[in-house]
Design a protein around this ligand. Structure first.
Ligand code: NAI
Ligand code: MG
Length: 337
């Protein structure tokens, strides 16, 4: 069946890496139908909507969204919500998959990292119920049994999948801070441990988030799947990406009820935008996640193999120590496909 993807480059280097990733997708799956749309900060400035309703409708009708990045302002801007946050809430994409691995020939702070962070994507502190009264500001953190169970199920299913693919026992590490946040993290932990009982062939352990942050730096190889509440997962996944070679290599998938949204973890990178030197690999690896989700693991593997071959030639973008442009890197990948 023909698959349709809605490609939304967004802001900054999203405009450079998404077209490159789409070319790779088309080379792997010539039958794919690609529609293009715009969303993000620039779209908000032009139209007053960061995610126009017609784009939302196009996304709803697609089999996947491939999103670049937004240049969200740090301060609050009336009427603006990041399109990614809106997709997550509207499509109930309550699990965020962030695989992190090292690659041959790419210098990283550690070797042989191969882990997956499964981040809760709809609740926690990201419900953004914040208030301020004079000198005091506070935020509400919401954790539900249903939301915790939903993401825990995804984490254990992913662990089971990894166990099959790698031919070894898989492990889920439950991340929390239930020693301090007894009620909210306590609930997340309780539900995760309950879900774990249905997966006796998968090892389960728990770590306080601060300890997990340290262990990631010391010996990331000990981790397999990390299951984390929203904010912890966000922070730990950037940390893990940094250990494994940087944001230029980090893909992600937002999955749940509606159209899944695939995006590189990195942002709009205003410091290098427009120079043609952005690393398109994170966007290409997001395409690999898309292909896996669609049930084409062999195509995803072909893409990863092609990327590994290009990395071995050293013809990589400046963030990885090379001198290749986005276009040159993309050409090399296409040649190997
Ligand atoms: P960033 O990810 O845009 O950039 C951080 C650093 O990594 C920069 O030095 C950048 O040049 C480098 N970098 C990132 N991706 C790269 C790539 N593919 N190739 C080569 N170098 C790369 O994060 P930053 O600077 O904190 O945020 C910039 C803007 O992006 C902000 O407006 C922020 O709100 C937004 N942002 C959006 C995200 C999204 O759309 N999901 C995620 C993170 C930030
Ligand atoms: Mg982040």
């Amino acid at each position: 069946m023909t698959k349709t993807v809605l490609a939304i480059p967004g802001d900054g280097i999203g405009q450079e890496v998404i077209p490159a990733a789409v070319r790779v997708l088309q080379a792997l799956l010539p039958s794919v139908r690609v529609n293009w749309a715009q969303a993000g900060w620039e779209t908000f400035v032009e139209t007053g909507r960061a995610l126009p309703s017609e784009v939302l409708a196009q996304a709803r009708a697609a089999d996947a969204v491939l999103f670049g990045a937004t240049a969200s302002p740090s301060g609050r801007v009336e009427g603006y919500t990041s399109p990614i946050l809106e997709f997550r809430q509207r499509f109930r994409l309550c699990a965020n998959l962030r695989p992190v691995r090292t690659w041959p020939a790419i210098r990283a702070l550690h070797n042989e990292i191969d882990l997956l962070i499964v981040r809760e994507n709809c609740e926690g502190l990201y419900i953004r119920e914040e208030q301020r009264e004079g000198e005091i500001a506070w935020a509400t953190r919401r954790v539900t049994q249903k939301g915790s169970r939903r993401v825990a199920e995804v984490a254990f299913q992913q662990a089971a999948h990894r166990a099959r693919a790698r031919g070894r026992v898989s492990k889920v590490t439950i991340i929390h801070k239930a020693n301090v946040l007894n009620v909210t993290d306590g609930l997340f932990r309780e539900v995760a441990l309950e879900v774990a009982r249905a997966y006796p062939h998968i090892a389960t352990e728990e770590r306080l988030v601060d300890a997990a942050a340290m262990l990631l730096v010391q010996s990331p190889q000990q981790f397999d799947v990390l299951l984390a509440p929203n904010l912890y997962g966000d922070i730990l996944s950037d940390e893990a990406a940094g250990l494994a070679g940087g944001l230029g290599l980090a893909p992600s998938a937002n999955i749940g009820e509606g159209t899944p949204v695939f995006e590189p973890v990195h942002g709009a990178a205003p410091d290098i935008a427009g120079q043609g030197i952005a690393n398109p690999m994170a966007a290409m690896l997001s395409v690999a996640l898309m292909l896996e989700t669609w049930g084409y693991p062999a195509l995803a593997q072909r893409l990863q193999d092609a990327l590994a071959q290009v990395l071995l030639t050293g013809r990589v973008t400046p963030d990885l120590g090379g001198a290749a442009t986005t276009e040159e890197f993309t050409q090399h990948v296409l040649q190997r496909l």
